[in-house]
Design a protein around this ligand. Structure first.
Ligand code: THU
Length: 132
């Protein structure tokens, strides 16, 4: 269960970290924040590259940071963009590896947007259970 305070903290973290995005090619900075098993928040931004295809989305940056720090469960996700845009398919898949049907908060720079869930964004996903 994610409290209102945790939801707000996660959204604020995603909005704040967006300022660190490296997005000179798309000019579409993205900030992501993950709520983790001990209540900690880990953030990430999109990191683009002159070789465009090597760019990394904010959500995956955040996931890879969190896993590298020893976390294994994601309890909620916030993504901040110019227009409360939705996570790309690759990021949805990567998030499902470490999450159940968790809340996903999509916001613009002012915190306006919509709440959804990971399974609403990626129904019938491929998961670790398919490899058992
Ligand atoms: N981007 C993200 O960071 N997350 C998404 O889910 C969608 C797209 C980034 C990738 C690229 O740096 C920029 O937004 C435009 O596609």
């Amino acid at each position: 269960m994610v409290t209102d305070e945790q939801r707000m903290a996660l959204i604020e973290a995603a909005i704040a970290v967006r300022a660190q995005a490296y997005a000179p090619y798309s000019n579409y900075p993205v900030g992501a924040a993950l709520l983790l098993e001990d209540g900690s928040i880990v953030t990430g931004v999109n990191v683009e590259n002159a070789s465009y295809g090597l760019s990394n989305c904010a959500e995956r940056t955040a996931v890879f940071k969190a896993i590298s720090e020893g976390y294994r469960r994601i309890f909620a996700v916030a993504v901040a963009t110019d227009n409360a845009g939705s996570p790309c398919g690759a990021c949805r898949q990567v998030l499902t590896e470490f999450s159940g049907d968790v809340p996903v908060y999509l916001v613009d720079g002012s915190g306006n947007g919509r709440d959804t869930t990971l399974y609403a964004l990626l129904p019938d996903h491929f998961g670790p259970e398919h490899l058992e």
